[in-house]
Each structure stands twice: as structure tokens, then as C-alpha cells.
Design a protein around this ligand. Structure first.
Ligand SMILES: Cc1cc2nc3c(=O)[nH]c(=O)nc-3n(C[C@H](O)[C@H](O)[C@H](O)COP(=O)(O)O)c2cc1C
Length: 249
């Protein structure tokens, strides 16, 4: 199988980088072909703006959606965006590896969504959610946090992890992915701050690496998050079902 890791961390010796290395090594060993989009190392520009687009559909007024669709149709998307789309289209599994920054993904990764998930290419009014163009592919977020697990419970001081993850999981589903429950490694403090003594902290991280490697063995058979789909919605886009994020532990 073809696997793409979208790696979003500025430091090659970070814990995030270690998790990407582990994923690469174990998936390669299992016979998969693994590619990495290393957003910082490749200097990806995460800011959507007019100057990315040549031969504009509308030179007077910049609409990102209009230009994205126009440049999909004329096959003239910015080369860095086209490269990422090609990688996504080839992949059977996409892993997003990132730290939680300000209760969300880092701006670099948010901008990757803004620029790469192009209107008219990776979704349209008709082709989205369970009819999205990337249907049949799987995606999983591997996220590290500084704060410990208990603080991410509903009502906890770090915020409910299911709520924090909702925008990114829903965005992946929007373009058609089967989204696996996220793999969250809690309590990874960069910068020397730790909630435990040094030895216990080291053990915690070693255990976390092992857990990620173990989790990855089951990516082809794991059950995806049961999002609602077109069958479940009325004309106003409402569903009678409750919030579908049932992966919370
Ligand atoms: C700008 C910034 C914002 C952060 N925001 C949060 C946060 O909202 N919640 C949290 O638990 N940790 C937060 N952290 C801590 C990081 O999640 C933590 O340092 C990281 O997961 C550790 O992995 P690393 O060593 O690979 O960077 C933040 C760190 C930075 C630099």
C-alpha cells in the first residue's frame, strides 16, 4: 500500500519527528511504500493569497474559491499544491503528524488544508463528505499534547479533546476520507517542562512510541469514525442523530 505522512514540526529532533520516524520504519518494514511531506523542511507556504495564482479568473477581486476552481480546470494549480494533491491521490493511508498548538493544529498545517484541499478538485457542492473525491482512502491524525490526558476530559482545563479535534477530523471527512480515531500522545512537554519526574517522563515517552507502532499495525482493519452522511441529512443539512464522534475513551 502507498502511505503518505504529512509531517508538521519545525524541529527534526522533536518527539513528533521520532513518531514520524517510527511510522516510516515500521510501515516500510511491513512492505508499504511510505512518502513524507515534511512541511517545514520543504518550506511549504501555508498562506493562501492572490500571488499564488497566475492568469486569474477574476483579476479585479480575489476569491480563493474562484481561483482554486479555475486553476484546477485549467490544470495550472501552484506546483507545490499540485505536488501535495498528487501525493494524496496516490496514498491509501494519510497520516497527519503534529503537535497541538493553541488547542488546534499548527498554522502551517491549517494552511496546508487551506491551500491543498482545493475547491473544484478535492471537493465540490456535490462531491463532498461520503461522496468526496478521496473516498476509499484512510486518514489518521497522530497528535502530541503538552498537557496530560486527564485535562482533556469533557469539562477539563485543556478542553474536551473530541471538540478540539472536530474541525480537522471533519475536514478530512469532507474530502472523502475514512477517518480513523486520532492517536493522541498526551503529556509530551517540549522545552524541558514535564509533569512527572525525569525517569517516569522518559518511560512515558518510550511507551508512547511503542503504542504508536502497535496502533499502526491495524490501520487497514480499524473501524473508521461513524460520521453521518448524505443519507442521514434532510434538505437543511440537519440530522436527528447525536454527535457522531464515538471514539472518545
Ligand atoms: C505555540 C504552542 C502552543 C501550544 N499549545 C498547547 C495546547 O493548546 N495544549 C497543549 O496541551 N499543549 C500545547 N503546547 C505544547 C505542545 O503540544 C507540546 O510541546 C508538543 O506536543 C511536544 O511535542 P514536541 O516535543 O514534538 O514538540 C503548545 C506548544 C506551543 C509551542
Amino acid at each position: 500500500m502507498n502511505i503518505l505522512i504529512v509531517h508538521c514540526h519545525p524541529e527534526p529532533r522533536s518527539f513528533n519527528a521520532a513518531l514520524t520516524d517510527i511510522a516510516m520504519a515500521s510501515l516500510t518494514q511491513e512492505g508499504h511504500e511510505v512518502h513524507v511531506s515534511d512541511l517545514y523542511a520543504e518550506g511549504f507556504d501555508p498562506v493562501e493569497r492572490a500571488s499564488h495564482f497566475n492568469s486569474r479568473a477574476d483579476p479585479e477581486y480575489f476569491s480563493a474559491l474562484t481561483e482554486q476552481r479555475h486553476h484546477v480546470q485549467s490544470d495550472t494549480l501552484p506546483s507545490d499544491v499540485q505536488r501535495e494533491i498528487d501525493r494524496l491521490r496516490q496514498a491509501d493511508l494519510v497520516i497527519l503528524q503534529f503537535p497541538l498548538w493553541w488547542h488546534a493544529q499548527p498554522a502551517m498545517l491549517k494552511g496546508w488544508f487551506d491551500r491543498v484541499f482545493v475547491y473544484g478538485g478535492l471537493y465540490s457542492g456535490t462531491y463532498r463528505y461520503d461522496r468526496g473525491p478521496l473516498k476509499g482512502k484512510r486518514a489518521i491524525c497522530s497528535v502530541t499534547t503538552g498537557a496530560p490526558a486527564s485535562t482533556f476530559s469533557p469539562g477539563g482545563r485543556s478542553g474536551d479533546i473530541a471538540t478540539l479535534m472536530w474541525p480537522i477530523l471533519c475536514s478530512l471527512y469532507y474530502v472523502g476520507f475514512d477517518v480513523l480515531p486520532p492517536h493522541i500522545t498526551y503529556g509530551v512537554q517540549g522545552g524541558g517542562l514535564s509533569y512527572q519526574d525525569e525517569l517516569a517522563f522518559h518511560d512515558h515517552l518510550e511507551q508512547a512510541k511503542h503504542q504508536w507502532e502497535t496502533r499502526l499495525r491495524h490501520w487497514q482493519t480499524e473501524k473508521a469514525i461513524p460520521f453521518t452522511g448524505w443519507q442521514d441529512w434532510d434538505e437543511q443539512g440537519q440530522t436527528v442523530d447525536a454527535h457522531p464522534l464515538r471514539w472518545r475513551t
